[in-house]
Design a protein around this ligand. Structure first.
Ligand SMILES: [Zn+2]
Ligand SMILES: [Zn+2]
Length: 294
C-alpha cells in the first residue's frame, strides 16, 4: 500500500463517479492519503450521461467548499475539472477557471472530431463502439483517426493550456493491438510530437492506471516508453488513479506507482497552493517495494 499518497484525478457523483465527495474524503482519510482533488468531467454541449451538468456547476463548487471546511484539516483538498476539448464546441478552459476558481484543469480528449466531416469518434467506452465509430467517421482508416486524435490533443494543449494532460495516449486503449501496435513508427512519431508540445507549454503528464484496473488495457497511459520520453524532455509527471469509486483510490495509485518505478521515474510532482512541487517516488513506496527504487 502506498504511503501518504494522493489523487488529482477523481470523479464523484457530480459526474459519472459512484460516490459523494464526502464518501470519497472519508475513504481517503481512512487510507491515510495526503491530498485529494475532485475533477468531474466538465459540461459538454450535448446530451450525455457522464459529465457534470451546466446547471450543477455552482453546486459542485459549493459542495467542494463544504467538504473542504469539514475535512480540510485532515486532507489537502483541491478543486479541478477534467475538461473535454472538442474544437469549436467546448467552453474554453479559461472560462471554467474563472467561473469556478479552480486549482487546476486536466485536459482530455475523449471524442475526436474529424475536421473534414465534423463527425465525432468516441475513443473511450466499449471496444465495439470504438470500431463502429472508426468505420463511420474514418471509413476504418485507423491512422487518420489516430492522427486526428493527437492533432486535437496538440491543439488543446496550445489553445487551452491545461495544467495536466489526461491519459495522453488513450486512443490506443480500445484498439487493443488489433489495428496497430503502439510501437509502430507513425504512432510513436505523432505521440512524441505531442509530448514536444507539452514541453513547450510547461504542462504535466499524468501516469494514468485506469485502463489496467478496469481490465481494458495492459499498460498505463502513457506506457513505459512514453514515460521515459517525458523524462528525456524534462516533462513533470504525476500519478493518477482516475478513480470513479473510493475503492479505486489506493489500487489505482499503486498501479501507477509501479509503472513509474519500472520506468525509472525518481520524482513526481504534487500540487501545492504555490504550484507543482517535485516529490521523490520512494516516499510513496512501502517497505517491500522500496528496494525496487534505485
Ligand atoms: Zn478521461
Ligand atoms: Zn477521468
Amino acid at each position: 500500500m502506498a504511503q501518504h499518497f494522493f489523487s488529482y484525478h477523481t470523479h464523484s457523483d457530480f459526474c459519472d463517479g459512484k460516490a459523494s465527495m464526502s464518501d470519497v474524503c472519508e475513504q481517503a482519510i481512512d487510507l491515510g492519503m495526503k491530498a485529494l482533488a475532485f475533477t468531474s468531467h466538465a459540461p459538454v454541449p450535448f446530451e450525455n450521461t457522464y459529465s457534470l451538468r451546466f446547471e450543477a456547476l455552482m453546486d459542485y463548487r459549493n459542495a467542494f467548499d463544504a467538504v473542504k471546511s469539514r475535512y480540510g484539516n485532515r486532507l489537502d483538498l483541491f478543486l479541478g475539472l477534467e475538461a473535454d476539448f472538442i474544437p469549436g464546441e467546448t467552453v474554453s478552459f479559461y472560462e471554467w477557471r474563472k467561473l469556478l476558481k479552480l486549482d487546476f484543469i486536466i485536459g482530455s480528449v475523449h471524442l475526436v472530431k474529424d475536421p473534414l466531416s465534423g463527425q465525432k469518434w468516441f475513443i473511450d467506452g466499449a471496444p465495439e463502439n470504438y470500431e463502429k465509430g472508426l468505420k463511420i467517421v474514418y471509413d476504418g482508416d485507423i491512422q487518420r483517426g489516430v492522427r486526428d486524435y493527437f492533432q486535437q490533443v496538440r491543439q488543446m494543449i496550445r489553445s487551452e493550456r491545461p495544467d495536466i494532460i489526461g491519459h495522453i495516449d488513450k486512443v490506443k486503449m480500445n484498439n487493443r493491438d488489433r489495428f496497430f501496435h503502439p510501437s509502430e513508427a507513425w504512432f510513436v512519431k505523432d505521440f512524441f510530437q505531442t509530448l514536444d508540445v507539452v514541453k513547450e507549454i510547461g504542462g504535466v503528464v499524468e501516469i494514468n492506471s485506469r485502463g489496467i484496473y478496469r481490465g481494458k488495457y495492459h499498460e498505463c497511459f502513457p506506457h513505459v516508453d512514453g514515460i521515459r520520453r517525458c523524462m528525456e524532455l524534462g516533462i513533470p509527471l504525476t500519478l493518477a488513479s482516475d478513480t470513479h469509486q473510493p475503492i479505486e483510490l489506493e489500487h489505482g495509485f499503486d498501479l501507477a506507482l509501479e509503472t513509474a518505478v519500472l520506468a525509472g521515474v525518481k520524482n513526481v510532482v504534487m500540487f501545492q497552493p504555490n504550484g507543482w512541487q517535485p516529490v521523490p517516488v520512494v516516499q510513496f513506496c512501502s517497505h517491500h517495494s522500496t528496494k525496487e527504487v534505485r
